[in-house]
Structures are given as structure tokens and as C-alpha cells.
Design a protein around this ligand. Sequence first.
Ligand SMILES: Cc1cc2nc3c(=O)[nH]c(=O)nc-3n(C[C@H](O)[C@H](O)[C@H](O)COP(=O)(O)OP(=O)(O)OC[C@H]3O[C@@H](n4cnc5c(N)ncnc54)[C@H](O)[C@@H]3O)c2cc1C
Length: 399
Amino acid sequence: MADPGASATPASLRVAPTLGLAEAARRVWDVIAVGAGPAGACAARELARAGRSVLLVDKSSFPRYKVCGSCLNGRVLSALEAVGLGALVEEAGGVVLDGLRLAAAGAEVVLTLPGGAALGRERFDALLVRAAVQAGAEFLPSTRARLGVLGGPTGSFRPLVLHQGGDTESARGRLVLAADGLGAGLLPRALAMTAPASRIGAGLIVDEAPGFYRAGCIHMACGRAGYVGLVRLEDGRLDVAAAFDPGALRHLGGPARAATGVIAEVGWPVPAGLAAGPWRGTPGLTSRPECISAERLFVLGDAAGYVEPFTGEGIAWALTSARALCPLALRAVECWDPAFPALWAALHRRALGPRRLCHATARLLRSPLLTGVLVRLLANAPALAGPIVQALNRHPAFP
Ligand SMILES: Cc1cc2nc3c(=O)[nH]c(=O)nc-3n(C[C@H](O)[C@H](O)[C@H](O)COP(=O)(O)OP(=O)(O)OC[C@H]3O[C@@H](n4cnc5c(N)ncnc54)[C@H](O)[C@@H]3O)c2cc1C
């Protein structure tokens, strides 16, 4: 399938493998992180910085496109600052965000949105992987991992099966981190649960878009089929990321028509590239695995549970879960304790909180009527949005 972001991705973003499949299989790693999105790359970097041998594996080559609104809120920027990567977004040309234009059911409001930036995921994720490599992690892209059978003479490692092209090898990690994103393929299927009637994500990047979509402002159009977010990236392209009801998607005949419908419904100009695609989709967005740990394995990031993306917190959750996990991961590398799964479940819950705001927003967005009422309310009293924006940007305290 064509890559929705490929046309303008500079070759300079390429992150080369630091070792080959055979070498990855020869060594016993302290940690193997599966998935080089923000959760896996951040955890890999932190653990490498702590002196552990880390293998970071991803099925894609980098840079790679990811369906995402590409908006980094204040929490993301604080989390990066806390791990010494505070300059990353600005140096990469991230566009400072100052506003959110929200439209639904004939109403529209522009809210002040301080403390965020837009940066394309090809660039952001590639830079995080590069930072992990600079910290000492080894990187094996274009390699799909699946769990092997627990083994070793003393059960002292967790085996993985790695597939690269036509080659297959086994790799051994004292600890495996499953940071493999939405859909969580590394976990046994039965353990990953998608909420009934969950919306489905879809996205693409458009090379040319009307000036209406000004840089620095997130545009959010809410309609009957779902909602569509549009934001200018650092290179002027327009990132389009949407969440649709599966039924509406089927009825309308795909994401291009659904997005066109939603944008036209609120009276905004439809970018020409929308119909041509290529669109990329996601599995059901609201999901939660039954457990987020197994022997010598911790799950983090989207793979550990996700709620619809309207409030744009996924990357913050990914980085937060990676940071929360690292002290426990360091202990687990030394010696696995059967108490660790319960400990990680509790730590994860505490680090991310109940995500009530996101669940409530997801529920509200199911009703175009209620969304319209909210937008009208905010248009009359924009100050009401202040506490919500502050809550989304607040960074959880870490030692
Ligand atoms: C429509 C939409 C809009 C969004 N907008 C925003 C936003 O504006 N701001 C925000 O903060 N968040 C947003 N999000 C959420 C955000 O994209 C995710 O929360 C974030 O990417 C999670 O990071 P992660 O590292 O857990 O997973 P991912 O970024 O998904 O990374 C997982 C990685 O694992 C790899 N992988 C998967 N399986 C395997 C395997 N078996 N072997 C090897 N590698 C594997 C994949 O290739 C991928 O690189 C949005 C999400 C959607 C769907």
C-alpha cells in the first residue's frame, strides 16, 4: 500500500539499522522493545541510558507514516523536557499551536490553545528512534516480532520470533516491552478487547490545502459520520486524521467520502487531495487489554489501552507510560518477580489516571446534537474551555 506521507518525506529522516537479524539473534538482550513509536523509543532510550543492552524492533522502516493528528500537547513537551529532549520539537521545526477551531451542527468556535506544537509523525518518531540509538539502543527496523514460547534453562529470558523479509530468527530478552500500538498483535488475541461500537481511525497527508487551514490552528470538524482533524505540519502539508463510526464508513463507501461529508457539513473547504488518498486506517480506537503484563513482559503505550483521540493525548500517554515503567523494568531485568504484573497494572493506572475526560468526550461526540450545543456554549463563553485545556496540558509528577 502507498504511504500517505511518503511523497514529501525527506530521505534525511531515514534511520538505518544498527545491526543485522543474525546478530540480534546471537545476543541475550536485557530488554527487547517491540514497536518504535513514542512509547517503545522512549522506553528504549531511557533503559539504554541506564546502561542496559536494548534492542528496539519495528516492523516498519523509518521514517514511517502513522495515522495521527500530529499534535503534541503541553504534556508531551514537558515529558520530552524531563528526559532531556526539550529542544527536539523546536529544532525539528514543530509549528507552535495557538488555537483550536471547532465546528459542529452549524456552530463554530475558535479557542485559545496554548502550549502545544504540530510535528509530523514521520519526523517526530524518526527523531525519537535516533535519540534512542544515540543513547546506545540497537535498532532493527523492517522486522516483525511475535512472542516465542517461554524458555531458557532457568526461564531466565522471554524469547521472540523475528521475521525480516524471508528470514526468521529467535531472539532472547530478559525483558520484553510490547509497545506495538493499537491492535496489540504481540499479546494473545483473546486478551485485547475493543470497546463495542468503537470508532475507527483513518488518516492521510495532503500536499496542498486551502489557505483557510492556517498554520498553528487545529481544525476540528464534527459531523454525523464522526470527526476530522486538520493541521498544518512543519513542511506546510496538511495532516488529516479522523475517527468514524464503522457503520457510517461502510454506508458512505470509505474514509474519503466520510471525511468529505463531515468537512462539507460544517461548511469548510474540502482539500483537493482528500478524495485521491491514499488513506490509511486503524483498528477500533477504544480498546483495553485484559492484562498489561505477563512473565518477563510489560505492555505500554496504545497497546496497554487507548481511548478515542479527540483530545489528542495519545502521545503524552505513550511517553508517560514509558517513563513510569522504566524503574520497574530495571528491576525486572535484574530478577523477575511474579508480583511485577500487579505492580505494573497499579503503576500504569496511577500514571495515566482514569482518563475520564477522554471517555466523556468520546461519549459526547456520539451525538452531533450535543456536540453542537457544546460548541455554541463555548462560542458564548470561551473561558469555559480554559480548565479543560489546562487539564490536558498538565504533566503528571514523576520523581
Ligand atoms: C485518528 C488519530 C488521531 C490522533 N491524533 C493524535 C494527536 O493529535 N496527538 C496525540 O498525542 N495522539 C494522537 N493520536 C494517538 C497517537 O497516535 C498514539 O496514541 C501514539 O502513536 C501511541 O504511541 P505508541 O508508541 O504506543 O504506538 P505507535 O505509535 O502506534 O507505535 C507502534 C509501533 O509498533 C510497530 N509494530 C506493531 N506491531 C509490531 C510487531 N509485531 N513487530 C514489530 N513492530 C511492530 C508499528 O510499526 C509502530 O511503529 C491519534 C490517533 C489516531 C488514531
